[in-house]
Write a protein that binds this ligand. Structure first.
Ligand SMILES: [Zn+2]
Length: 193
């Protein structure tokens, strides 16, 4: 049962890995945005809006949280998306470089700015985390690689479990059937695992 559950998780991780690789390839030509907008709220200090954005760009996936506050009731406010989930995609004309992320290392990156003056007035707070595709592919594909080699190893061991052959090293143990003289493996009920 435990084995089955691990296989289900492994299959799920493998599908995620395939998805990540597909987005990796797609990121070279298109940048996809999936974001949630909280909707504009009127506060005593001005208009306020916050949201969560994932951007599938070239090289890395960006996860960011944005909050705009004290926005003047200008023409900008109506252009803010409505409350809820949104998706958009733009053609990547040039290699996309993260705009807000300050610290970067092998495609990893992060930045955190609090209450910076915003273009149209008001203050912007932005936290951004960048994770490279290679890292996402590695953590989602890792379990599959592990299972692949484990299955092969088990298969090889399975072939060796024959009378008179050590299951660990394949040595002829017909003379000493309880213990392998070559590698010291004790042959018993535990030897098949
Ligand atoms: Zn042996």
């Amino acid at each position: 049962m435990k084995e089955l559950r691990l296989h289900v998780l492994d299959t799920f991780a493998l599908l995620l890995c395939i998805g990540v690789i597909a987005m990796w390839v797609r990121g070279c030509s298109d940048n996809d945005y999936l974001f949630y907008c909280s909707g504009v709220e009127k506060q005593p200090s001005g208009y306020e809006v916050s949201g969560f954005t994932t951007r599938w760009a070239n090289g890395s996936v960006s996860f960011s949280h944005e909050r705009l506050r004290s926005l003047p009731a200008s023409s900008y406010v109506p252009s803010i998306p409505s409350k809820g989930w949104h998706y958009s995609s733009i053609r990547a004309s040039a290699p996309a470089t993260p705009q807000t992320t300050v610290h970067q290392w092998f495609g990893f990156g992060w930045s955190h700015t609090v209450d910076q003056p915003f273009l149209t007035g008001g203050l912007a707070s932005i936290s951004e985390l960048l994770l490279p595709y290679w890292f996402l592919a590695m953590i989602t594909g890792g379990p599959s690689i592990f299972w692949f080699f484990r299955t092969i190893r088990k298969g090889i061991r399975g072939l060796r479990i024959r009378p008179g052959i050590c299951p660990a090293c394949g040595y002829d143990i017909r003379a000493t059937p309880n213990r392998c003289p070559e590698c010291g493996t004790v042959i018993g009920i535990h030897s098949s695992n």
